[in-house]
Design a protein around this ligand. Structure first.
Ligand SMILES: O=C(O)CCC(=O)C(=O)O
Ligand SMILES: [Fe+2]
Length: 336
């Protein structure tokens, strides 16, 4: 059983080298898992280095992002996410208010960002998806040569890395390394997102920033960010810590479903993006690696005991994600 002790105040986000997870030495896997365990209790954020994703592939994904956002607005609006039954596509500036998770709080202004989502590219008659299901298929691609192939390759690299990190997280919770796999079958729910944050204008509304404070909703997030900076993470002492860009790393953070699985032992932490420090646009590429929508999420055995009864009600992955989508976009996803 994992003994619950109060988390420490973190002043920085650790860099965890996961290179040894590619080798066979199980003790090395456990050492990495222990580092993750600490980070997940302190902030729910860590960087990974030696992750195995080629820098060329990441650079090409940023180039693809730039070419997409450089399209004229009318070309982007033709692939608006509201036109896809799985909400894959383009989100214009002001389309989402991430600081909206508390349904009862005063509404924050919408985010100063534009974005694009794609899900898993599927064949038309894939028996796993008889009806539209987020985030599977119904992707809308802009007319940019090679863009779809680039996305599919990057998406594949992200699902491989996501599965690797989940195996380490399972070890970090004293579970067999394949423990999470059943929840990611018959397919992992991976949502690949591109975001462009304009430099915040001086006439932005009070409290209007690139992305308002929010937690991520799903399993884990794998974030590639450019060199501009602006991502900030809440510490337990209620300070905001900068997740400064570090070349060769991804930022990993845990979503709400991981907090539910771990009965709150691991943190799904608040974060926000503030692009008021530079006069440059900022680009980022989050990949949300979540369980299959119908997976039932409840506290895992190593995180519950008499002194720490389950904190969250049981839910399906889809119920939680759809509710959070509704709060931040102001409409319901109409998938099966
Ligand atoms: O752009 C970033 O650095 C973070 C984006 C983010 O938090 C999100 O899309 O959930
Ligand atoms: Fe986020």
């Amino acid at each position: 059983m994992l003994l619950y002790s109060p988390p420490k105040v973190a002043t920085s986000i650790p860099i965890i080298d996961i290179g040894d997870s590619f080798g066979a030495d199980q003790d090395a896997h456990k050492r990495i898992a222990l580092e993750m365990h600490k980070a997940c209790r302190e902030t729910g954020f860590f960087y990974v280095s030696n992750h195995g994703v080629p820098s060329k592939l990441i650079d090409a994904q940023f180039a693809a992002a730039k070419s997409l956002f450089d399209l004229p607005l009318d070309a982007k609006l033709k692939i608006h996410m509201k036109k896809s039954p799985t909400s894959a596509g383009y989100e214009p500036i002001g389309g989402q208010t991430l600081d909206s998770q508390d349904d009862t709080a005063e509404k924050a202004p919408p985010d100063l960002k534009e974005s694009f989502y794609c899900g898993l590219e599927i064949e038309p008659n894939d028996p796993r998806f008889p009806k539209p299901l987020r985030p599977f298929g119904y992707n809308q691609w802009p007319e940019i040569p090679g863009l779809r192939d680039q996305f599919i390759t990057y998406y594949g690299a992200m699902t491989d890395l996501g599965a690797r990190i989940l195996r380490l997280l399972a070890l970090s919770l004293e579970l067999p390394s394949n423990w999470f796999e059943r929840f990611y079958a018959p397919a992992a729910a991976g949502a690949l997102r591109l975001i462009k944050y304009p430099s915040q204008p001086s006439d932005a509304a009070f409290n209007q920033i690139g992305a308002g404070a929010h937690t991520d909703w799903g399993g884990i997030t794998i974030l590639a960010q450019d060199s501009v900076g602006g991502l900030e993470v809440k510490s337990i002492a209620e300070d905001w810590i900068k997740a400064t860009p570090i070349p060769g790393t991804f930022v990993i953070n845990l979503g709400d479903l991981m907090a539910r699985w771990t009965n709150g032992v691991y943190m799904s932490n608040l974060h926000r993006v503030n692009n008021n420090v530079s006069d440059r646009d900022r680009y980022s590429i989050p990949f949300f690696y979540s369980p299959f929508p119908t997976s039932v999420i409840e506290a895992i055995p190593t995180c519950v005991d008499e002194a720490r009864p389950p904190l969250f009600a049981t839910c399906t992955a889809e119920e939680h994600l759809n509710e959070m989508f509704r709060r931040s976009y102001g409409y319901e996803v109409k998938t099966a």
